[in-house]
Design a protein around this ligand. Structure first.
Ligand code: AMP
Ligand code: MG
Length: 390
């Protein structure tokens, strides 16, 4: 059995090559920028007022000084003339500062009578002017690869970039297997349960910028599995769920092998999720997840998402772990790396008593997976441990 880190390294080696596409900026949030982008202009493109007030010469801006107002500069409508000695231009936030002026006195520091303003208090030292290119200059580069967040989209728009080159979204085919499974909303037979893993994994993957292709449930027969594998053609990654153990009805590895899968590994020293398998089916990487609902979701976090992040160009690295104290003691861990569902509370990480890998309610209540290394000694309340946020 290999370690979690070894399994993840093997998955990084299998990560698909996605290539790039160009999309409109409005559709780029959550995508991975794959080529650097340069600003097409300065921002602001001119020295701009940061306040509503009066533009004038800074050397004249003394308390009690008076100025003649000769015009107005509003956002989108600059003042054409020049500000001379003893003159001021009424100005609003975002307007270009007129020639001759190098200072904006804020409205609150003035009183106005007709065309004349008086500075009724000392204007302070700040000019209230945003210099041209003070945010960024033309040619300023946003580096790639980079996961585009809302702030990046705003920046790209300000740079006058309307289309961006991003990594193609990975299409992940999800195949649940089992005679006992029916879709939510269907009427289950007396021996049946509702498929949950395809839905949970699809949600996890879609939130991470992938396209989930939910395939029909494969029955526990070779024919049915072959048919559904066939429907997975064209996907960037095939994920099967269940049928991965050594029971008589666990046919996924057999059928995948018949179809030519080159196995990379089978079984990982972890809890939950031991019967994980991976390999390549033709040109397509395949990951076989265990069927227990919590195992499948934990393996989604620990293996499938990092593999897809690597494919997207975001780096081949373990999911980012954080540290927090335990709210109560934990017994010694066994030989497998254990991912324990926990809730983060005021006292620290409250690890659920029942870690049975079939209990989705416990997973849904959890917001952390506490990571116990193999043979981790018993831990006391207050000991700081690593966890994955959920
Ligand atoms: P298996 O790995 O196929 O032996 O499945 C292990 C356990 O997980 C069994 O109790 C299955 O009923 C359950 N299971 C397998 N696949 C799914 C699924 N897609 N959704 C919900 N439960 C599943
Ligand atoms: Mg099964």
């Amino acid at each position: 059995m290999i370690s979690v880190a070894e399994a993840r390294a093997a998955l990084f080696a299998l990560a698909p090559d996605l290539g790039d596409e160009t999309v409109p900026l409005a559709e780029a949030a959550g995508r991975v920028l794959s080529a650097p982008v340069a600003a097409r202009r300065d921002q602001p493109p001119f020295a701009a007022s940061a306040m509503d007030g009066y533009a004038l010469k800074g050397v004249e801006a003394d308390e009690h000084a008076q100025f003649k107002v000769i015009g107005e500069a509003a956002a989108g409508h600059g003042f054409e003339g020049r500000v001379g000695a003893g003159q001021a231009v009424r100005i609003f936030t975002g307007a270009p500062v007129p020639e001759g002026a190098d200072f904006v006195v804020i409205q609150e520091d003035t009183s106005r009578a007709g065309d004349v303003i008086t500075l009724i208090s000392a204007p302070g030292s700040g000019s209230n002017i945003r210099p041209a290119a003070g945010d960024f200059a033309a040619g300023t580069v946003l580096d790639a690869p980079r996961l585009l967040r809302a702030a990046d989209i705003a920046l790209l728009a300000a740079m006058n970039v309307d289309r961006v080159t991003v990594r193609r979204k990975p299409v992940v085919a999800l195949i649940s297997t089992g005679d006992e499974l029916v879709m939510p909303g269907e009427a289950p037979g007396p021996d049946q349960i509702i498929v949950s893993n395809t839905f949970g994994l699809a949600a996890l993957l879609e939130a991470a910028g992938c396209t989930a292709r939910m395939l029909p449930i494969a029955r526990d027969t070779r024919d049915s599995l072959r048919t559904v594998f066939d429907l997975a053609r064209g996907a960037d990654l095939i994920v099967t769920i269940g049928g991965a153990s050594v029971g008589d009805h666990d046919l996924v590895a057999d059928v995948a092998a018949e179809l030519g899968m080159e196995q990379s590994f089978y079984k990982v020293a972890m809890r939950p999720g031991k019967p994980l398998m991976a390999g390549r089916l033709g040109d397509t990487p395949m990951v076989g997840l265990p069927g227990n609902p919590v195992s499948a979701m934990v393996c989604g976090h620990v293996f499938v998402l990092p593999m897809l992040r690597a494919a997207l160009g975001l780096g081949a690295s373990a999911p980012e772990a954080r540290s927090a104290p335990l709210a109560h003691p934990l017994p010694e861990n066994g030989p497998r790396e254990h991912y324990m569902r926990a809730k983060i509370g005021p006292q620290g990480l409250d690890v659920a008593d029942n870690q049975d890998s079939s209990l989705l309610t416990v997973l849904a209540r959890a917001d952390a997976l506490v990571i116990r290394p193999p043979h981790d000694p018993a831990r006391a309340a207050g000991d700081v441990v690593r966890y994955l946020p959920l």
